[in-house]
Every structure is written in C-alpha cells, then in structure tokens.
Design a protein around this ligand. Structure first.
Ligand code: B12
Ligand code: SF4
Ligand code: SF4
Length: 341
C-alpha cells in the first residue's frame, strides 16, 4: 500500500507506527474511519448482555461512528500492548487468583500515557486527535481487527498470532489520512475450546459475552453481592477471569510484552484470603494504589473474596468473616452471611 500524506497532517502511516513502537506499544495498525455496522452492538444491547453497563449503552452512537468523536475523522489508529507472561513466570501460592491483566500497574494509566504521547506527536504534525483508552467511546476490538492487529476470537478477545490475546488495546481517532492496513482474517477455524470452558456459560454465541454471567463483570464492574450460582462455579477468581483465554491454543507460547509496567508483580497475582478479609480502606490504598485492584475498591475486593473463597472456610477465615457481618458495606455483609452459612 502506498503511504501517502493527505489532508492537514504532515505524516504517514509508517511514521505513526514507528512512533507507536518506540513508545512501547507491541502493535500498531491503521483503519479508515467509517461508521461501523451496528448489528453486533445492537444485538448485544438488545439481548441485555451488557448487564446494564451504562457507559456502553449511553454512548452507542459515538461508539459506532468515529466522526461523532472527532468531526472530520479520517483514520483510526489501533494500538496494542502485551501483558503476556515473562519466560518462567509462575503463579505464586494464594487462595485468590487475580486476572493476568491486573497483575501489574493499572493499565488504564500505563497504556494511556504512551497513547497520549502518540496523540501529542500527531498534533505536532498538524493532525487533530481523539485519544482515550478503554473508557472512551471507541469499539477497540472492532478497530483492532479492521486495522489488521488480529481477529476477535470466539472468546470475545482480540488475538494476535504471536502475542496471543494477552493484549490491552487503545485507539486514536484522527483527521490525518493514513494508508489503511487490511483487516485481519479469522483464525479460530473449527476450534470452540473457549465456549464450553467458560464455567458460567457466559459465551452464548461465538464472539458475544453475556456480561450478566461473566465473572469479570461481577468481580470488577458490579457493586453489591455476586449471584452465588455464578461465584460458586469459579472458586478463587477474585478479580477478573482468564479461563476462556487460558484454554485458547493461541495463548500457549506467546511472545512476552514490552511495557515493563504491565509485568506481573507476585504480591498482586495470588492473594491470601485472610489478608483480604482483614483489609481496611487505608491498607487497601497503601497496598494497591496505582494498580487495577483498587478499581473494585476495598469493599469490592472483600466482597469478591468472600463470594469466591474456597469452601469450607478455615477457622481463621470464619472468624474474620464473622467480624464482617457488621461491615458498613451491604455487599460485604451479605457475602459474609453467605460464606458462613
Ligand atoms: C464492556 C467491556 C467488558 C464487558 C463485556 C465484554 C465483551 N466482550 O463485550 C466485561 C465486563 C464482561 C468485560 C470483560 C473482560 N474484558 Co473488557 N471491555 C469492555 C469494553 C469497555 C467495551 C466492550 C464492548 O463494547 N462490548 C460490546 C460488544 C458488542 O462489543 P465488541 O465485543 O467490541 O464487538 C464489536 C466487534 O467485536 C464486532 N463484533 C462483535 N461480535 C461480532 C461477531 C462477528 C461475527 C463479527 C464479524 C464482528 C463482531 O462488532 C461489535 C460492534 O462493533 C472494552 C474497551 C473498549 N472501549 O472497547 C474492554 C475490553 C474489551 N476488555 C478487555 C479485557 C482485557 C477484558 C477481560 C479479559 C478482563 C479479565 N481478565 O477479566 C474480560 C474478558 C471477557 C471476554 N471473554 O471478553 C480488553 C480486551 C483486550 C483483547 N485482547 O481483546 C478491552 C479491549 C479493554 C482494553 N482497552 O484493552 N469487558
Ligand atoms: S472471563 Fe471467565 S466468566 Fe467471562 S466469559 Fe471468559 S471464562 Fe467466562
Ligand atoms: S479457544 Fe479456539 S475458538 Fe476460542 S478464541 Fe481461541 S482459537 Fe478461537
């Protein structure tokens, strides 16, 4: 593809990609900005699979049309940073398992920082840019597939042939006209390993996740008690869930990632149940500030720990849970009652 410069900006796709890689991203691709086919998002919302996540539903139109985020949008720059394990990395002992993406620094900041630097550089080249990571109204997986970074697997995650799906995504919308890459073909083939592996049957159809049944939703996004019929199906998954990615053949030997801040820290990988049951807000902040774990807050972590704690509780855990029957948080009180029942 010829890399041409058009519009107001003085840059090329090749220059943007070189800049993105120098900032620590593992992958960068370009798609032409256009309105997305609304059918998949509308099907997901219509079926109630969004579990009432307000931020997705409320910004439906902007999610589907990048020109509503940036008038005159011409290109979408898709970015990915890998958090694949380092060679020889092992999961330390602990009753509570943290999802892999949450074992390092908070990716919202780690990935947003270089994305903002890339946006600033593009602006210095005369382009206008919309820049958000994760929380913005951008369908990051759809753009990543269209920009050739990988394909959306049946487990609902974007997969790269050599990096697997241990990727965090970001996307910039810009008025710079950049030579687009070709969309990535699907490589799942006949495999369906992830679908029956999901313990809570949260993948009703290939590529669609029913957040109402997904442990990632319940342990990270949701406040309040977790339906016991779900939490009992994946003991120990205290923050997020990786089961549908762990079973994926493309994740068997992924190349390790570049950004050191995303590397797993042992103290954030497997947590001690008794430590979490004894957690107060000040300790939670001191221990987990700057990590994704604080997104659930002290109440969310303690609530999830009680919900997914392997049963029966040890005598020490029972004692701690008994104290939590009088906790100020209603979600914690309810889960403490259930754990002791
Ligand atoms: C809401 C949300 C969730 C929800 C819903 C998940 C989901 N798959 O939709 C919940 C809370 C359950 C969740 C869980 C997780 N999430 Co999340 N989540 C998001 C968020 C904020 C929006 C996703 C969204 O809009 N979903 C609605 C559906 C309809 O949209 P979509 O899946 O993108 O679908 C579009 C395309 O994929 C396409 N499409 C969909 N289906 C089909 C089918 C076919 C046949 C075709 C051709 C196209 C197609 O069309 C859709 C509309 O354009 C994104 C960030 C972002 N801004 O995009 C992160 C994001 C998807 N999450 C991420 C992560 C890391 C996770 C977890 C792995 C965390 C964890 N370990 O616990 C789990 C994974 C669960 C799973 N198996 O997907 C990463 C995924 C990285 C990757 N490799 O794909 C993202 C991109 C965040 C980021 N910035 O890196 N998440
Ligand atoms: S993250 Fe866990 S609960 Fe959610 S779809 Fe994957 S396996 Fe199922
Ligand atoms: S487990 Fe199989 S079907 Fe599921 S995402 Fe991986 S390759 Fe695709």
């Amino acid at each position: 593809m010829i890399d041409t410069v058009a519009g107001p900006a003085r840059t090329t796709a090749a220059a943007v990609k070189a800049q993105a890689l120098s900032l620590g991203f593992d992958l960068c691709g370009v798609a032409r900005a256009h309105p997305l086919d609304p059918s998949a998002l509308d099907k997901w919302l219509g079926a109630g699979w969004d579990a009432g996540l307000k931020y997705v539903r409320e910004r439906r139109e902007a999610r589907l049309d990048p020109s509503l985020l940036l008038p005159g949008a011409r290109s979408v720059i898709a970015l990915a940073a890998s958090y694949a394990p380092q060679p020889g990395e092992e999961t330390p002992d602990g009753e509570l398992i943290v999802a892999r993406y949450a074992r390092g620094r908070d990716y919202h900041n780690v990935v947003l920082k270089p994305a903002r630097k890339l946006a600033a550089w593009l602006r210095s080249q005369g382009a206008r840019v919309y820049c958000e990571v994760d929380t913005g109204a951008v369908m990051e997986k759809a753009w990543a597939q269209e920009a050739g970074l990988g394909w959306i697997g049946k487990n609902g995650c974007l997969i790269h042939e050599r990096l697997g799906s241990w990727l965090l995504l970001g996307a910039l919308v810009t008025d710079a006209e950049l030579a687009p890459d070709s969309p990535h073909p699907d490589r799942c083939g006949d495999c369906i390993a992830c679908m029956p592996a999901c313990p809570t049957a949260a993948i009703p159809e290939p590529r669609f996740i029913d957040a109402r049944r997904c442990l990632a939703y319940h342990t990270i996004e949701h406040r309040g008690p977790i339906p016991p019929e779900l939490s009992s199906l994946a003991p120990g998954r205290v923050f997020g869930c990786d089961i549908c990615q762990d079973v994926c053949p493309w994740n068997r030997r992924p190349r390790p990632g570049t950004l050191v801040q995303l590397r797993a820290r042992p103290e954030q990988t497997a947590l001690s149940l008794n430590d979490i049951l004894a957690l107060d807000t000040a300790t939670a902040w001191a221990r987990y500030e700057g990590t994704p774990l604080l997104r659930a807050g002290r109440d969310g972590l303690v609530r999830s720990a009680l919900a997914v704690a392997p049963r029966p509780l040890s005598p020490a855990a029972r004692e701690l849970a008994t104290r939590l029957l009088a906790d100020p948080s209603e979600g914690v009180r309810i889960e403490a009652r259930r754990a002791l029942a």
